[in-house]
Design a protein around this ligand. Structure first.
Ligand SMILES: Nc1ncnc2c1ncn2[C@@H]1O[C@H](COP(=O)(O)OP(=O)(O)OP(=O)(O)O)[C@@H](O)[C@H]1O
Ligand SMILES: [Mg+2]
Length: 373
């Protein structure tokens, strides 16, 4: 099979830290590979190697069959990269940023302007195109950044956490842009900390942690292992909790958990349970302040796959803003440098979903059957 990009057994060490401990990643042309993992998992390191910005200590990687170490020029000609931290020049306008990149790519002045204008249009930045990028909102910068990675019409685009820190509407915009690129035949490697995002965009998902792929499969296979969706209900009046619990158990056949005070949550296979729950709540005149259907969080995914919580140091993206990816000694990443902290994880089953699932998913298998190997 020809892959648009492929990494085999990638190893990368930074001093005592093993950022990648033998990672395999691949995507067929015109598909999206989602790389899901918590802070410090090794996502950016893998992207930087695939983008020829970093040499691996072991293993190999190629883009369109060209080796990233031996044929970096061929690789660079075919890729676009949107780094984790927006890299637009704030002193230039949106238009100037894109024209600059076009000129660096050897386009003529007029070709660069035409390409820049087309991208500004596509990314809904035409109006803002004449303004300094320093005045853009976070979502606009992200779009400009994404546009910048597409000036060269790359075959393969790496998007390193393209939506971290964006509000849901802006996130949806980025998702749409990614889908448009894929529809045009572009292959995408997308790193993310959100299962929801990987589910929405990826054809296949690799879950990485501590530099190893701990699960790999389609979103469907992954969800079958880590559990499907969760229906959460918060009655307005806490006194209604027992009645809501009975109601939910009646509809879904599962006794609800209470993840937080006054909230009930129950696993569901899809959105079929939603309508009867809403109808019964109305019938019993129970008012709710929250009724939501959600996919497992990254933490829950990791718990299902490894039996351990993903030790994420920063819950929100804000804490990480401005700290370049992979800086040694960032809060929380130090743990990972300690041999003891790494010890137990190294025994984690690696590779495909079924292996990881059988060994470590009591919780997931309660909910759903593990997928066939
Ligand atoms: N240049 C570097 N020097 C030293 N250590 C590094 C360097 N780059 C990465 N690391 C370490 O390698 C590990 C993987 O980092 P990486 O940036 O690839 O993780 P990540 O999955 O992208 O995390 P995040 O979600 O926070 O962006 C971390 O422990 C990090 O501290
Ligand atoms: Mg990163």
């Amino acid at each position: 099979m020809t892959y648009a990009f492929q990494a085999e057994g990638l190893v990368k060490r930074f001093g005592q830290t093993t950022a990648l401990a033998g990672v395999d990643l691949a995507a067929r042309p015109g598909t999206v590979l989602g790389v899901l993992g918590p802070n410090g998992a090794g996502k950016t390191t893998a992207v930087r190697i695939l983008a020829t910005l970093l040499r691996p200590d072991g293993g190999r990687a190629s883009v369109a069959g060209y080796d990233v170490v031996r044929q970096p020029d061929e690789v660079r000609r075919r890729i676009g990269l949107t780094g984790q931290y927006a890299s637009v020049d704030e002193d230039l306008t949106g238009m100037e940023n894109l024209v600059l990149i076009g000129r660096l790519l050897d386009l003529s002045r007029s070709e660069a302007r035409v390409r820049a204008a087309a991208l500004l249009e596509q990314f809904d930045l035409t109006e803002a195109g004449g303004r300094r990028a320093g005045t853009y909102s976070g979502g606009m910068r992200r779009r400009l950044d994404l546009a910048a990675s597409l000036v060269a019409r790359p075959e393969v685009v790496y998007l390193d956490e393209p939506t971290t820190g964006l509000d849901p509407a802006k996130r949806d915009d980025v998702w749409t842009l990614v889908r448009e690129q894929v529809a045009e035949g572009v292959t995408v490697l997308l790193t993310t900390q959100y299962l929801e995002e990987a589910d929405a965009l990826a054809d296949e998902i690799a879950v990485i942690d501590h530099g190893s792929v701990i699960a790999h499969g389609t979103p469907h296979e992954l969800k079958a292992v880590v559990g499907g969706q969760t229906l959460e209900v918060r009655p307005l009046n806490p006194a209604d909790v027992p009645a809501v619990a009975t109601l939910l158990e009646g509809v879904t056949g599962h006794r609800p958990d209470s993840p937080a005070r006054g909230v009930l949550s129950v696993p569901v296979d899809g959105d079929a349970a939603l309508a009867p729950v809403v109808a019964l709540l109305a019938e019993q005149r129970i008012e709710v302040t929250e009724l939501s259907l959600r996919l497992p969080s990254l933490d829950e995914v990791f718990y299902s796959l490894t039996g351990e919580r993903a030790d994420r140091e920063a819950q929100g993206s804000g804490e990480r803003d401005g700290s370049p990816g992979g800086e040694p000694g960032r809060p929380g990443t130090q743990d990972r440098n300690e041999p003891d902290a790494r010890g137990p994880r190294e025994e984690s089953p690696r590779g495909h979903l079924s292996g990881a699932a059988q060994a470590r998913t009591p919780q997931a298998t309660n909910r759903k059957e593990a997928p066939a190997a």
